[in-house]
Ligand binder design. Sequence first.
Ligand code: NAD
Length: 682
Amino acid sequence: MPCHDIAVVTLDNPPLNSLDHALRVRIVSALTAAQADPAIRAIVLTGSERAFSAGADVTEFGTPRQFAEPILRSVLEQVRHSSKPVVAAIDGVALGGGLELALACHGRVATRRAKVGLPEVTLGLIPGSGGTQRLPRLAGIDVALGLMLGGTQKTASEFVDTSLFDRVVEGHLLDAACACAAELADAGAPWPHADRIHLDPGYVSTKVSLARQRLNARQRLQPAYAALLDAVAASAGPMDEGLALERSLFLGLIGSTEARALRHQFKAERESARLPDALQVAPRPVSTVAVIGAGTMGTGIAICALDAGLDVILVEQDDAALSRGRHRVADHYAARVSAGKLDEHAAVAVQARLLPTIDWQAIGRADLVIEAVFEELSVKQDVFRRLDAVARPGAVLATNTSYLDIDTIAAVTSRPQDVLGLHFFSPANVMKLLEVIRSRDTAADVLATGMALGRTLRKSPVLCGNAFGFIGNRVYNAYRRQCEFMLEDGAWPEDVDRALTAFGVAMGPFAVADLSGLDIAWRMRLAQAATRDPRERHVPVLAQLCEQGRMGQKSGAGYYRYTDGQRAPSTDETVRGLIEQASAARGLQRHALKADEIVRRALLAMVNEAACLHADGVSSRPGDIDVVLVQGYGFPRWQGGPVFWAREQDRKQLLAELRELVAAGGRGMRLADEAALALLLD
Ligand code: NAD
């Protein structure tokens, strides 16, 4: 339909129309021109197929450009008070400030597939340009709270029962938007606007209180959630008062440690998913993946490859093990179907791409092979010898080893350049982290293939050097050892776990140990015992617990006791006795440790190890270490990671505390010197 008397203003800032200063200036001037043109009676604001607008330009945050006029609020005021009706025509995404711009318009038309969201809480913020006031008015308080607290995106078709969109269309978006604009112009002022909708104060207050009670422990530790609810509560009052409150809450959050930490993570995740420039080459194409070993990890990896649309060959050593693996995959999809998360046809179609087999010749079709068999060097070497014989030339061969040396595994093949580590985390179909490990001979395009696979699987791939524990397990082991030292010094497991969960870790280290089983660490420590310096500080409690058959939750007891099959831990006097004996054997006078001392020591241990491994070249960028800890080890995202935390500390004091920590750690604990710390933190 002709739009001759309707001005179509197209946001044009690829790829996602982020509302940076230059775009804001262009919108204002286009609106001003359209408002002044007597031949124009209405305005349509639109974007591209990919994005109406993905919102603020995060790189502007904290710079003067963010607050340079016209700020987004001024653009929105111009829309709100326009002398001609303004209609948003939305395709692709409308997120954050992008959605707020649409909310300030007099009408909204969207394609069914368009996606909207106000994900500011995921950056430690709240919407700062009217989102908390207008979304509840237009979409209803329940929908608005769900969308904002979840930080999620929803498609426009899910809002048909609300007043958010005037029309949701299959195609011809601009025609529909122009028709909507023409109708508004015909009807004459005053045009409909969110500001004229009034919500029931009692209902809003009830819903906000309920949402406040339902915040989980980790949300309660982040100020943005409470601020968001305060702002939404004001949506039942006058618009200008609500907008003023929202703005002041937003400004209070923008410089907060949490918001800066979340921006740091956001940036670090983007960077870590890219190889350093020197290694940038085209990846090898991958459409079929073979997974060797259908145990815990192998089946998780197979599921996540299937979900990403790849063909998967799942290989086991015998029929019984294969059948167990096949059932595990089938049970997973059945559970998703019965939870309503996947329809039955889709589940059948996904599993049709899975080929479970014990025939190794099938591996010849794979572009990439991931080995996930037992953590034993000889077993893995044997698997790689066999892979060398059956994999096609150019196929990428990966091991999911947690600790073994990848050079030694690659050395048994005739093609070490095609071998790398792909270290998934458990559950592999859920955890976002993927450590991509470069061994001595790994070719650049093989690394690029590993990183590209990580992105295909929707993971955060991080490049690591081939060193014991790579990045994550190395830092985590240092942290865990430090927590064991604290037991000897005077803390109980529950003191340590409580202090660290109050800091924000998903689970305390002793609860994690009980959940994953103490035997894994015990076996490793037994293997290391032969080469360990006897003067090294070594806490015997874990080994003693294992000797008593206390392997953690699975055996009903570990650092805690789990009675009647319960997962909830309770304190155990036997453990306390062992800890007291360990303190006495080391000649330590036990003393209570305060929560902040516990947290600080745990963080210092991580920072010390992070600086050592970065100096050794195991990580290529300091931010990569933070991504690993947050994505793979439950480090609170809003605390940024150990590197972010260390950068917030006074450097001199940090060095002094690290020296003290390492001295107390005794022989064998390496100190990150000033140069290593500078490399990590500057
Ligand atoms: P698992 O014991 O659950 O599974 C191993 C599977 O490999 C078994 O089903 C076994 O039958 C199969 N297998 C053994 N030898 C084989 C062979 N020659 N050919 C084919 N299949 C064979 O072990 P898992 O926990 O899945 O661990 C597998 C690997 O992943 C290990 O290297 C481990 O270190 C690593 N990993 C484990 C975790 C974890 O949390 N479980 C996390 C990261 C990495």
